[in-house]
Design a binder for this molecule. Structure first.
Ligand code: MD6
Ligand code: FE
Length: 217
């Protein structure tokens, strides 16, 4: 346990929890790097600001998003896809900060996926009340690479389902510094994030920031 800035205790003990074949939670894996990661992300989001994308059905997404890497995940009336340019600026997305690339590769090794080199990082920002509905990640070209997901800031409950939309879900609380890695037989599992509760974290304020690193192209 490490004292935090508000006099509370944050659990910075690293441990590995298996979720399913091909999926693990690496507790507190990113905790020591969080400050540097958030600093690097501030540079990214100064160039590619958070925005609320539109779903193909015409709804405004409650999660605010940005990207870094050669490819960025975008959604609009035409559908979900990866794009090499930020549609808001028509500029290339900022590159993935080296500290984040290193962390993602190290986490993938821990989870049994050596040689992971992501080309896309989706940055999701959740305010209290924000949720992410049930989905599969299937816009990437090659499902043999895992996805590395880094949670920073206030906690969330992640629901980890099966390969069919109606399958039962595991409820997994995710805290600041936790990293989820999934690939192989888990790669196409459905998942969602429940509406966030009000909370505050010394490094992110009222927000949760989730980074998902993928090999998209
Ligand atoms: C989130 N994560 O944790 C949303 N997708 O905020 C995802 O949708 C996700 O964490 C694929 C793989 C890992 C993830
Ligand atoms: Fe996802």
């Amino acid at each position: 346990m490490t004292p935090d800035l508000f006099g509370g205790l944050e659990d910075t003990t690293q441990r590995v929890e298996a979720l399913a074949a091909g999926a693990v939670v690496l507790r507190a894996f990113a905790a020591a790097d969080a400050h540097a990661l958030l600093g690097a992300l501030a540079t990214v989001t100064a160039r590619a600001p958070f925005r609320h994308m539109e779903t193909p059905g015409g709804f405004r997404m409650s999660v605010a998003m940005s990207n870094c890497g050669a490819l960025g995940w975008v959604s609009d009336r035409r559908g979900y896809r990866y794009a090499a340019r930020d549609p808001d600026s028509d500029e290339a997305w900022p590159s993935i900060p080296p500290c984040l690339l290193r962390l993602a590769g190290d986490a993938a090794v821990q989870a049994g996926f050596p040689g992971f080199v992501p080309d896309a990082c989706l940055i999701n920002r959740y305010a209290p009340g924000t949720r992410l509905s049930l989905h599969q990640d299937r816009n990437e070209r090659d499902f043999s690479a895992p996805i590395v997901s880094v949670s920073l800031g206030i906690p969330a409950v992640f629901l980890f389902g099966g390969l069919q939309r109606g399958d039962r879900s595991l409820r997994i609380p995710l805290f600041h510094g936790d990293v989820v890695v999934w690939g192989g037989p888990a790669r196409l599992r459905f998942h969602s994030v429940l509406p966030l509760k009000e909370a505050s974290h010394p490094l992110t304020g009222e927000y949760r920031v989730n980074l998902t690193l993928r090999k998209a192209g």
